[in-house]
Design a protein around this ligand. Structure first.
Ligand SMILES: [Zn+2]
Length: 604
């Protein structure tokens, strides 16, 4: 039950080898250097065989996929996994092959980079939201308590606590979204937090600020994630046949400032279409744009070579050699032209140079049947050159793909969101210096209920709330007072523990953050958010647009569901935290000396 109708149909397509063979032949005739589509069909067939538990057949399909498109890493990684499961040492061999292919495959690199980045952003947003919920539950009541006292004193409001809590929630409702929620929360609750909680809040905001800061660098991922961008088309054109549709797409791609690159890509495809005059004029245009253009000279040489004009070809290759003497493709093609013009000594020198500079890597990129047809090699862009093009093309585009997930969740662009969050943290650090202790609410040193300087009682050497004070009124024996306070404390604690249990049980991690267990909270909320993001995205936030995979392996559902359930079960059944009496009660003496956040620690 692992596969769906889609992949079964694809497997069926592979079983019609006559059609596929004819299609492959045509692709090779039009100059394809790797057979991407047949390779992906083989891959789909392998997945279908795997679902039926037939590893041998799957292995054969995967190896066939490797032969068709040698620099496509996915089949290598599947082969590695397959052999690993059967305890075969070949697993390592295929893993190395996959990594090698990945280092040559721009398309794979972009998908990996963009998915890793989007995963990190989503994870961090979910994790921060969970922490914010916990801090809101913990500290918004402090702010609401103080506000309610003001409402009662000045306006004689009815239900002042409810009114105050509603008033504090209004900004969150008016400006919903992650960035505004985080900023309001920090502004309202910072003064009550422990030092390590403050450090954690800063640590939550820093990656968003970094994201804003590096937004221009990340913009290069925008064209990389767009199948219609020039850089994506250039990556495809490296192995594609001279297909009229693709040529049209390249010519229509809007990439201001990249005319030279556009000419090169179109020229390569036109050469493969054997449209030699049009191809030559593209390469000449590219040379006019950038005179020291080794890529254009090599490919221009190819245009002449393929027409049998070996002297003119030699001219182009020699020009390329002057500019880039270490280019293996240029050297190899030069050697071929020397052979045709019977300059055999020069030819063997150029061949040696080609192999010294890695012509084997170029040969290895050619799929089954393509190498024997290639008289000379096409000089296409390396992944490194493609990344450079992507970064230049990205400059002319607005909004990184991160904004695709960032904006709907936050209501801000990556840049604005990061600066707003950082700004609110800096503002509150600054404001925190001026907030007067006496304006803040704190907890009763006995029972932990909220109180403030105006309503508390400090006769016994520490602040206790009005209710605790009332409980021991007119009692003079210290032992009786101690007993009465303990009795009240236990009653209040049990009640509060129940309330907190109910409030914090809905999302794993909230209770850990609530009780100040930040490391455990990060672990719980982290696993929870990773599972949630994986479950929603099935592993890819931006899918491989060239993929035929339509099936969803069962483990991609089971794993995240186990993660979600696991964190829920742990937070439901884990031993209930006992509230450490780590109340925000100012020490009487310290409260005057301006040590605003000193707390009193006693075990419960
Ligand atoms: Zn009390």
């Amino acid at each position: 039950m692992f596969c769906t109708a889609g992949s079964a149909a694809l497997a069926g397509a592979v079983k019609a080898p006559a059609n596929i063979a004819r299609f492959s032949e045509r692709q090779l005739d039009w100059g394809a250097t790797a057979l991407e589509i047949p390779a992906r069909l083989e891959y789909a067939a392998a997945r279908a065989e795997l679902a039926r538990g037939r590893a041998e057949e799957a292995q054969a399909h995967l190896e066939r996929a490797n032969q068709l498109a040698p620099y496509w890493p996915d089949p290598y990684f599947t082969l590695s996994m397959l052999n690993f499961r059967r305890f075969k040492p070949d697993a390592l061999f295929f893993l190395v092959g996959g990594l090698r292919a990945a280092s040559h495959n721009f398309h794979f690199q972009t998908l990996l980079a963009i998915n890793v980045l989007l995963y990190a952003v989503l994870l961090w947003i979910v994790l921060s939201t969970i922490a914010c919920i916990a801090f809101a539950l913990r500290y918004l009541p402090f702010a609401a308590f103080r506000l309610s006292e003001m409402l009662r004193e000045r306006f004689h409001a009815t239900l002042p606590r409810l009114a105050a809590l509603l008033a504090l929630l209004v900004p969150f409702a008016l400006f919903p979204g992650f960035v505004t929620g985080f900023s309001f929360l920090v502004l309202f609750t910072w003064y009550y937090m422990q030092r390590r909680e403050k450090a954690f809040v800063v640590a939550l905001a820093v990656p968003f600020a970094a994201l804003a800061f590096f937004a221009p660098t990340l913009e290069r991922l925008t064209p990389a994630a767009d199948p219609a961008s020039l850089v994506s088309l250039a990556a495809r054109a490296a192995t594609a046949p001279g297909d009229g549709m693709l040529i049209q797409q390249v010519e229509r791609a809007k990439a201001p400032g990249l005319d030279m690159e556009q000419n090169l890509v179109a020229g390569v495809l036109l050469t493969r279409q054997e449209n030699f005059d049009a191809a030559a004029s593209r390469f000449l245009n590219a040379i006019a744009e950038k005179p020291n253009n080794a890529i254009a000279y090599v490919n221009l040489g190819n245009v002449y070579y393929l027409q049998g004009l070996y002297e003119k070809a030699l001219e182009g290759y020699r020009k390329a050699e002057q500019i880039a003497p270490a280019d293996p493709v240029g050297q190899y093609n030069l050697a071929q032209a020397y052979i045709k013009t019977l300059l055999l000594a020069e030819s063997s020198r150029a061949l040696k140079s080609a192999s010294a500079h890695g012509i084997e890597n170029v040969k290895a990129s050619y799929g089954d049947g393509a190498l024997s047809r290639a008289q000379v090699f096409t000089r296409t862009f390396t992944p490194r050159e493609l990344w450079r093009i992507a970064s230049r093309e990205g400059r002319t585009r607005i909004g990184a793909p991160i904004n695709m997930v960032y904006r709907p969740l936050t209501g801000f662009s990556v840049r604005a969101g990061g600066w707003v969050m950082l700004g609110s943290v800096l503002l509150v650090v600054f404001l925190g210096r001026f907030v007067k202790r006496s304006l803040l609410a704190f907890q009763c040193s006995n029972c932990g209920e909220l109180t403030s300087e105006g309503t508390s009682n400090s006769e016994r050497g520490s602040y206790i709330c009005a209710s605790c004070a009332a409980a021991i009124e007119n009692v003079s024996s210290d032992k009786v007072i101690e007993a009465l306070l303990r009795q009240r404390r236990q009653k209040v604690l049990v009640r509060r523990r129940q309330a907190i249990r109910v409030l914090t049980m809905w999302i794993p991690g909230v209770r850990d953050f609530y009780y100040g267990r930040i490391t455990r909270g990060i672990a719980m909320a982290g696993i929870f958010s990773l599972s949630a993001v994986f479950l929603v995205s099935h592993g890819y936030i931006i899918r491989d647009w060239q993929s035929f995979d339509t099936d969803l392996p069962l483990w991609k559902l089971i794993l995240p569901v186990v993660g979600l359930l696991g964190t829920y079960i742990i937070s439901f059944f884990s031993r209930h935290y006992y509230e450490v009496r780590n109340y925000r009660t100012p020490l009487l003496a310290a409260s005057r000396s301006g040590e605003s956040q000193s707390t009193r620690r006693r075990s419960a």
